[in-house]
Design a protein around this ligand. Structure first.
Ligand code: BTN
Length: 337
């Protein structure tokens, strides 16, 4: 009922009588009063005035939790099963536990804090409370396992578009132009620095050689903070470029974008319909890059992705190589991008 009350107060923007709330939710006045008291404890500013009712006086964007997420999520199917935790070891690990217990396609795991957040290549992901957005989406797509890595790129596009939609004119508080882009394959970059990490993990059904489930974990830096040693110097938080960030609204923007992109992905089973959009978001398109291949590093010009997600790099002499994500990483020749 808390979610419904806050949604209604938000939608009306004026006083809603206790009587109306009682009738609408078929509960007693005391039950409504109790729910409102809990909402106030959650951080909502609600005024109660005799003979007028309840009014949501202001929203700061700082409130976060199950009610806030539920009331902001306007997706069609993602997050119908929502698991919210004030604190959890890792949303990816928890999503995998839930998947093993049978949680459905589109389940969403969100946490305010992670005590053992996971990054790529066995690294950790520092995840303090009240600061950033950490979530994991559980999917059960009927696609071949070798196609799963493309979904990380699909999520990267959704995160980039989601952040863009919250940016208005794209000017940071300092006045710089803060455009959002993707550094292949899935780092979200603002002003040359990383704002988000994505970690996709897969579980295969051994007998059938198909995907049992996959989890896509996303960590978006929202508040200014001390970053891990690995990220120090080339990480950025959204609050450096945006006045105020509501994590729940950002989550909704990202997941709404994801639903659209995922549909396009499933229609062809690859990135054919998304390639152009992805390349437009790529910060290093047509730039000189250095490919850090364990078999031998080389330089070339990034020419965008092909429809299966590999980066095409044109090397001197005109030869074009397809770079596979995984152990290979790509850097700008003068730095991170
Ligand atoms: C990277 O190293 O760039 C990927 C980082 C992914 C972090 C997110 S935070 C939410 C989800 N849960 C985790 O434990 N990791 C991912």
């Amino acid at each position: 009922m808390k979610t419904e009350i806050i949604s209604l107060l938000r939608q009306r923007g004026t006083y809603v009588s206790g009587q109306e709330l009682c009738e609408r939710f078929r509960v007693s006045r005391t039950a409504v009063w109790k729910a409102v008291e809990q909402l106030k404890k959650d951080g909502y500013k609600i005024e109660a005035v005799k003979n007028r009712g309840y009014l949501l006086t202001e929203e700061s964007g700082q409130v976060f939790g199950r009610t806030e997420i539920e009331s902001r999520l306007k997706t069609n199917w993602i997050g119908q099963s929502l698991y919210y935790y004030d604190s959890i070891d890792s949303t990816n690990v928890q999503a995998k536990r839930l998947a093993e217990e049978g949680a459905p396609d589109g389940s969403l795991v969100v946490a305010d804090q992670q005590t053992a957040g996971r990054g790529r290549r066995g690294r950790g992901w520092i995840s303090p409370a009240g600061a950033n957005l950490y979530f994991t989406l559980l999917l059960r797509p009927r696609i071949a396992p070798d196609k799963a890595s493309m979904l990380t790129l699909v999520m990267a596009m959704a995160v980039a578009r989601g952040i863009q939609s919250r940016m208005g004119d794209g000017r940071s508080p300092g006045g710089q132009n803060a455009s959002v882009g993707i550094k292949w394959p899935n780092d979200i970059v603002i002003m040359g620095r990383k704002a988000c990490g994505i970690l996709t993990e897969l579980s295969l059904s051994v007998e059938q050689g198909t995907i049992d489930y996959l989890v896509i974990g996303v960590g978006i830096n929202v508040k200014r903070q001390t970053f891990s040693e690995e990220l120090q110097g080339h990480a950025i938080a959204l609050e450096e470029v945006l006045d105020e960030v509501s994590r729940s609204e950002l989550l909704n923007a990202v997941l709404t974008a994801f639903e659209g992109y995922y549909e396009e992905f499933l229609a062809t089973g690859d990135l054919t319909r998304l390639q152009k959009d992805y390349n437009e978001l790529m910060v290093n398109l047509d730039q000189q890059v250095r490919v850090l291949d364990p078999k031998g590093e080389y330089e070339g010009i990034a020419r965008g992705i092909r429809n299966t997600g590999e980066l095409l790099v044109e090397i001197q002499g005109g030869e074009t190589r397809a770079v596979y994500a995984g152990e290979v990483s790509v850097r700008g020749i003068y730095g991170y991008v």
